[in-house]
Design a protein around this ligand. Structure first.
Ligand code: ADP
Ligand code: MG
Length: 209
């Protein structure tokens, strides 16, 4: 599902303008990398796409209503949550099911599929807090994937990971885009990841370069 931004600006309380007149199309079935230095507006743009922040002016058009799946920056998720990998991925089904309802057989099949696609079936009973950074990030991506959203947003998913774990995640994002037709958008500092993406949007001080 392509997403189109037209002349989007975004402000924070106090009047700080974080994005200026952004127009872009994020194609479906492809990976778009958001690059740019710290403070350039990458997270702000992801928050707009996620709907957690509203544009001050301009429009964001989705082809049809959708609830984006969002993997927030690592620092935003506490390490010590007493959850197993499987429980964490299962939470991805709550948005659709409501956590007070029993999961269906189909929900459990989605969870199994997501664990397998991220290569973490063997970890499913491990505690989130006991995992390596790469394993933990794969778990959070599996959780987002379990939402079966046509729009997958990730904020620096490979920050602080070693090169092998980075490559594994980059490859996974490419597969999610090409195999599922998902619109994948991720912020990154790594040139190699930006190069592996189908499209790159580079921000500088809130402007698209
Ligand atoms: P990036 O993700 O590229 O590092 P951000 O989108 O986080 O950039 O930030 C863009 C700009 O908006 C920066 O100048 C930052 O200081 C500012 N900013 C980000 N979040 C807030 C906030 N909650 N309140 C006020 N200003 C913010
Ligand atoms: Mg950021």
């Amino acid at each position: 599902m392509p997403v189109t931004l037209h002349e989007v600006t975004a402000d924070y309380p106090g009047g700080h303008r974080a994005l200026h007149g952004i127009s872009a199309t994020l194609p479906a079935g492809a990976v778009t990398a958001l690059t740019g230095p710290n403070g350039s507006g990458k997270s702000t743009l992801l928050n707009l796409l996620a709907g957690t922040l509203s544009p001050t002016t301009g429009t964001i058009s989705y082809e049809r209503p959708c609830r984006p799946a969002y993997v927030v920056q690592r620092s935003a998720v506490p390490d010590a949550l007493p959850l197993t990998v499987r429980e964490t991925v299962t939470m991805g089904r709550w948005a659709e099911r409501g956590h007070w309802r029993r999961l269906t057989r189909a929900d459990r099949a989605v969870v199994d599929d997501c664990l397998a696609r991220l290569g973490i079936e063997d970890l499913s009973h491990r505690q989130l807090g006991d995992l390596s950074g790469g394993q933990r990030q794969r778990t959070l991506i599996a959780q987002a994937l379990a939402q079966r959203s046509p729009l997958l947003l990730l904020d620096e998913p490979t920050a602080a990971l070693d090169a092998a774990a980075q490559r594994q995640i980059t490859d996974t994002l490419t597969r999610i885009a090409t195999e599922d037709g998902t619109t994948v958008v991720h912020a990154t500092h790594h040139p190699a990841e930006a190069a592996a993406a189908d499209h790159t949007l580079t921000l500088a001080a809130g402007h698209l370069c």
